[in-house]
Design a protein around this ligand. Structure first.
Ligand code: ADP
Length: 259
């Protein structure tokens, strides 16, 4: 266990859970949830027992990405059983509220919901719990980083300057609370036309690798902008689960090996 920053008390671990890894981004829409879901499936293909905690209270994505319907059962008292998909255990606020209902909650409510999903869920024995963090570096994110005993954080960014600027802020936030940065992933790194093979760097290219060097953090790899990644995510079957032999799935497995 790392010491708490500035003498703050160390957050308690989750019984049975060996490691908790956060997947974060400075900005929304860069593919954080897609990366978190595929990374989780990739980790499980490497033989690990994996859980996914969707801590994005205002925009939960995991029910849709994993195609999970239904509500978690109560196992005892307030403790809920996680939902399951593709061999993973999954918990999200999206299982507990109607899809169309907006979460109009202030920070303390959000933090208490995340804490409950972490500590009042029968996760069982897990090698890794992947936490899909909310985007940004606000109060909720900071508290999360302090309340959850994180082994490290993976930061997702597109190659665009604007996304990288926000990613840099994310790195600074985790550094402030002494959470190790496992590295930076460049998502939507390039696009190869499936018809003619021409490559276009739609959001530019290589910015995340350069930024990782600048920040002295590992660069974990490039994930292209590709229709099958979007289609499988929207269809509730992440590409690592639905097409494990594809080049895209292999890119996520390569990412998982470095985490
Ligand atoms: P975030 O969690 O950062 O808000 P999402 O993971 O929800 O982002 O991704 C936003 C949209 O982009 C989704 O429709 C998702 O399917 C799509 N997407 C994410 N990564 C890729 C990719 N590498 N190729 C194609 N589409 C992607």
């Amino acid at each position: 266990q790392r010491p708490g920053p500035g003498g703050a008390p160390k957050p308690a671990g989750v019984p049975g859970v060996k490691q908790i890894i956060a997947v974060a981004s400075g900005k929304g829409g860069v593919g954080k949830s897609t990366t978190a879901a595929n990374l989780a499936v990739a980790l499980s293909t490497l033989g690990l027992k994996v859980g996914v905690l969707d801590s994005d209270i205002y925009g939960p994505s995991m029910p849709k990405i994993f195609g999970i319907k239904g509500k978690p059962q109560i196992v005892s008292g307030r403790t809920l059983a996680p939902m399951e998909a593709y061999g993973l255990k999954v918990m999200s606020i999206g299982f507990l509220v109607d899809e169309e209902t907006p979460m109009i909650w202030r920070g303390p409510m959000v933090i208490s919901a995340i804490t409950q999903m972490l500590r009042e869920v029968a996760w069982g024995d897990l090698d890794v719990l992947v936490v899909d963090m909310p985007p940004g570096t606000g109060d909720a994110q900071l508290t999360m980083a302090q309340q959850v005993p994180l082994a490290g954080a993976v930061i997702v960014s597109t190659p665009q300057d604007l996304a990288l600027l926000d990613a840099r802020r994310g790195v600074a936030m985790f550094r402030k609370v002494a959470v190790p940065i496992l590295g930076l992933v460049e998502n939507m790194s390039y696009f190869t036309c499936p018809a003619c093979g021409h490559r276009s760097d739609i959001f530019a290219h290589g910015g995340a690798r350069h930024e990782a060097e600048r920040l002295s953090i590992p660069f974990l790899g490039e994930i292209p902008l590709a229709m099958p990644i979007r289609e499988t995510s929207d269809g509730g079957r992440p590409i690592v689960a639905s097409d494990p032999s594809s080049a895209h799935a292999k890119a996520y497995v390569a990412l998982a090996r470095q985490v």
